[in-house]
Design a protein around this ligand. Structure first.
Ligand code: ACM
Length: 628
């Protein structure tokens, strides 16, 4: 008899543990109640919706369920189905525009929301609750079970975005749709489409055909951006592409069906070399030899955001024809994109050619402007007038604050968070997208393993981002984004590698309650998403399994420290030209590197098995890291 109470205790504990099992959801919902039991999807299931507005979502769900199960589940309007999608007759104040509740029991599943967007997100949660095989493109045999839960969920921020730069490398509309699919799975609702830059103009403007006849094409070059050769005389520009207006409409519709608004970016007055190559008269020098940049080093960077452009890439703010040009561009852009925002860039505009231009000097005199920098304020205000006349709101990079902009303009803070703080102080709406937390082009692992870019950004740094800075009124912070610049990203597979898992962290930063943040719990869910992504054939970086190797100088000695983003990794190393494994030295504390031409080799293990990349660092690289 004595063992019975302890047996009961063990049984009860098992039940509690089962109930508190981590549900592998990203982003983490606001509230999860786990109940005992589960629901198993079978062939006899039906998907129902109570209002015709939800039909499209029901059809998407049916397609997603039928693909790997091979079932013939149907979507029907009605009330008594297995998976019921219901729109509330009376809005639930807690759920707002995008929230939902999801209840699963052994009998079935119900998702309830105020608007179709909420049902769409409830559907994404349901898909993540199903086994990973749900991501299969072919029929697979498994038990399609989900745990019994009650989830109440809604986003922290209304702007949850990713930006894709399609100028530095062109991505086809099919690529863009696949990128949008992944965004939708993570409950992102804003796709910032960086459509123009020095390296290519990607949107058809019917009244300005040369923008795509000339501006969408550059000479073929490979290699590190900025180190590539300039075009040679007579060399054909064959690399590039653009979206026709029909393509754009198709992508907008596709995104809208996935609750994603597209914010198009036309980057002016700087970053405009492709436009100037098409229409040289838009610049100060009007040089007809201006080309679309293939990623050659036409700029010089001096730190602290100071730079010089050796090829003119800014529109001339003193020329009225430039505003006629912009009016044509924005007339067509505004007619295509139904969203209220148009992004007008404004970043990194070099004013050296303006300073030497007679027209600009006359304009400065006329306006009483002493510093050429402030001409950008004049330009941006003219652009804003154009947008307002078309019923659109201006959003731009934080440089739009320089020289003054109307309080209605929305500021995208990218040079850290200071632009966002300043903008909010001035009463602007702000979207937070600082390089320090949200730049997805930065290297995510060791720069000797991942193709190096000029800066690094680890997953845990992304996850630690708090978009509302201390002392800032949260009402001004619309939300945030991750930005994928593609100077070094030529394919969709690699775009995925750069985006994930960091965009999973940002999805959670922008959706989930601040209080629910928990790195260790998040990384468990990340590892589950790795498995799901493998099934879905989505690429991602495994840099979290690698050692982080830092070097410093202590008492004149080169000292190496190693750590990992995951708490349960063991780090092994060698300095004797042997390959490291779990029988070589285990890292426990900073090591002093002995004198000599030493190579440090580092590997990580978990549960007795190697897991990370081998990192090989010569003394010179360690000295570089130490700042020598
Ligand atoms: C930017 O990264 N130039 C906005």
């Amino acid at each position: 008899m004595k063992f019975i109470p302890s047996l009961l205790l063990i049984l009860t504990m098992n039940l509690v543990q089962a109930q508190n099992k981590t549900l592998n959801l990203i982003p983490q919902p606001v509230e999860i109640k786990q109940n005992s039991g589960s629901f198993t999807l079978t062939e006899s299931a039906t998907v129902g919706f109570n209002k015709p507005e939800s039909r499209e979502i029901a059809l998407m769900l049916v397609q997603k369920l039928n693909t790997p199960t091979g079932f013939g589940i149907k979507a029907v309007q009605g009330n008594k189905t297995t998976i019921q999608l219901n729109l509330n007759a009376v809005p639930d104040q807690v759920l707002g525009k995008e929230g939902y509740t999801l209840v699963s029991t052994s009998k079935g599943i119900s998702i309830t929301a105020n608007q179709p967007a909420g049902l769409y997100y409830g559907m994404q949660t349901l898909i993540q609750l199903l086994p990973k095989e749900i991501e299969n493109k072919n029929v697979v045999k498994t038990k399609w079970t989900i745990p019994a839960v009650k989830i109440t969920d809604y986003p922290r921020f209304g702007w949850r975005g990713l930006m894709l730069d399609v100028s530095r490398h062109f991505f086809t509309k099919e690529d863009v749709k696949l990128y949008i699919d992944e965004m939708a799975r993570l409950k992102f609702n804003t796709f910032h489409w960086h459509l123009t830059d020095d390296e290519g103009w990607r949107i058809e403007i019917k009244s300005l055909p040369k923008l795509t006849e000339v501006g969408a094409w550059r000479v073929q070059r490979y290699g590190h951006f900025g180190d590539r050769d300039f075009p040679k005389p007579g060399e054909k520009a064959t690399d590039g592409g653009f979206y026709t207006q029909d393509d754009i409409r198709e992508v907008i519709k596709y995104a809208a069906e996935r609750n994603i608004t597209i914010v198009p970016e036309i980057d002016v007055p700087g970053h405009s070399m492709a436009a100037i190559a098409s229409y040289p008269e838009l610049s100060c020098k009007k040089d007809t030899n201006t080309f679309v940049s293939p990623g050659c080093g036409f700029s010089e960077w001096y730190g602290n955001n100071t730079f010089k452009m050796n090829v003119e890439n800014a529109l001339n703010p003193s020329d009225e024809n430039v505003y006629v040009f912009l009016d044509k561009v924005f007339t067509e852009v505004a007619a295509l994109f139904p969203g209220k925002y148009i992004h007008v860039g404004g970043d990194e505009c070099y004013k050296g050619y303006w300073a030497q231009d007679e027209g600009c000097q006359d304009l400065m005199k006329k306006l009483g402007i002493r510093h050429v920098e402030d001409l950008q304020g004049y330009f941006m205000n003219r652009v804003e007038e154009i947008l307002k006349a078309k019923g659109k709101k201006l959003i731009g990079w934080d440089e739009i604050l320089d020289g003054g902009i109307s309080p209605e303009a929305t500021v995208m803070s990218w040079r850290g968070i200071k632009g966002g703080i300043e903008a909010a102080r001035l009463g602007h709406d702000v979207v937070m997208t600082p390089t320090t937390f949200a730049y997805l082009d930065y290297t995510q692992g060791d720069r000797t393993v991942d193709p190096p870019i000029y800066a690094g950004l680890r997953l845990n740094k992304c996850y630690s981002f708090e978009p509302v800075p201390d002392g800032v009124d949260a009402k001004y912070i619309l939300g945030g984004q991750g930005n994928l610049w593609t100077e070094q990203v030529a394919t969709l597979r690699y775009a995925q590698y750069m985006t994930f898992p960091r965009a999973w962290a940002l999805a959670e930063v922008y959706w989930s309650p601040k209080e629910s943040k928990n790195w260790n719990n998040f990384t468990k869910r990340v590892e589950n998403q790795f498995e799901r992504s493998d099934v879905a054939e989505i690429n991602y970086s495994k840099a979290i399994y690698d050692a982080i190797v830092k070097a410093g100088l202590k008492d004149g000695k080169l000292t190496v420290t190693m750590e990992s983003e995951l708490p349960d990794l063991e780090i092994y190393y060698t300095i004797d030209d042997a390959m490291p494994d779990k029988f070589t030295a285990k890292y426990t504390q900073p090591i002093e590197l002995p004198y000599g031409p030493i190579t440090l080799r580092v590997i990580t293990y978990r549960d007795g098995k190697p897991i990370g990349h081998l990192i090989t660092l010569k003394r010179e690289e360690l000295e570089r890291r130490a700042g020598n």
